[in-house]
Ligand binder design. Structure first.
Ligand code: ZN
Length: 311
């Protein structure tokens, strides 16, 4: 679950320590993994810093993400990457939660088990939706999560994913929340795409309602989460051009107390439903790698603005 932490640790140790066989082995594993996600061996200049390589990776990355065969080989053109070296998120921790899991469909009994979300009991997890042509939400969410991670790491943030294609199913929604809590994340965001009727389109963000019931206590995070929601909403809209959902009241924002991932969070957290997979126009966007890079850019920009106290 915290594989990203160990990746980060291995990364810095491998640069600082010269002759530790165990560390070398760990680092080897990490580089194999990371090669799929990260265009630059930036940490080479990380010096003595622990974990988050500041300025160096960005310099390496400068024009990097667009051309190189990163991020699962779908090489979508990176549109508006700010590119300039920035370390504005150094010392900040962000947890990205890719909604669902491709393996959930094969583990229905496990994911149907009920978990306590404070206001209710709910299924551990769900399979998520898909486009009419069969592109699964779980594939979309993990892809965008990787792209967001790359962008935020380039700005100096420590980024954890709640899972990274490294488990058969889940995590359950309560665990997804706890991962953000345990990391003392400065912000957490769960990536989804909706499965609404075909004539509905657009994106929306979901913020936690202020609740205090059972294990759910969102009183302290409701306000900052709402600010996170509206900030991500404006940046996502600006970068992608995706309209606000033409349903759910038209504001592109809902406040809910029925989502375990929000109810059980003790750190500012939101969901984003990036579009409606059942709508032809949105499906064309969601299945397009270049658009997914824009989606990631909008999410990363929104998170960055939130963490900097901007809107
Ligand atoms: Zn979903």
């Amino acid at each position: 679950m915290f594989s990203n932490e160990s990746h980060g640790g291995a990364r810095s140790r491998s640069l600082v320590i010269t002759a530790v066989v165990v560390v070398a082995a760990l680092a080897g594993g990490w580089f194999v993994y990371d090669a799929q996600h990260d265009s630059g061996p930036g940490p080479a200049a990380a010096g003595g810093s622990a974990g988050t390589a500041p300025a160096a990776p960005k310099a390496t990355r400068g024009g990097g993400p667009a051309g190189s065969p990163v991020a699962h080989g779908d090489g979508g053109a990176t549109p508006s990457s700010p590119a300039a070296p920035r370390a504005e998120l150094a010392g900040r921790t962000v947890v990205i939660d890719p909604g669902h899991n491709l393996g959930n469909a094969k583990h229905t009994s496990e994911i149907n088990k009920l978990v306590d979300i404070g206001t209710n009991r709910k299924a551990c997890d769900t399979t998520g939706t898909a486009t009419n042509a069969g592109y699964p939400e779980a594939m979309y969410t993990l892809d965008v999560a990787h792209r967001v991670r790359t962008l935020l790491q380039a700005r100096g943030a420590k980024v954890l994913l709640t899972y990274d294609g490294d488990r058969a199913y889940g995590p359950c929604v309560d665990e997804r929340a706890r991962i953000g809590n345990a990391a003392h994340a400065d912000a957490a965001l769960s990536i989804h795409a909706d499965g609404a009727p075909a004539n509905r389109f657009g994106f929306h963000v979901i913020a936690p309602k202020s609740v205090h019931k059972g294990a759910a206590d969102t009183r302290a995070i409701a306000a900052p989460s709402l600010r996170l929601a509206t900030t991500v909403r404006s940046h996502f809209k600006a970068v992608t051009g995706e309209p606000l959902a033409n349903y759910l009241g038209g504001k592109g924002l809902t406040i809910r107390d029925d989502l375990g991932g929000l109810n059980l969070s003790t750190v500012p957290k939101i969901f984003i439903e990036c579009g409606n997979m059942r709508n032809a126009h949105d499906a064309a966007a969601l299945t397009n790698a270049a658009w997914r890079q824009q989606a990631a850019q909008g999410i990363a920009d929104g998170l960055t603005a939130f963490l900097e106290g901007k809107r």
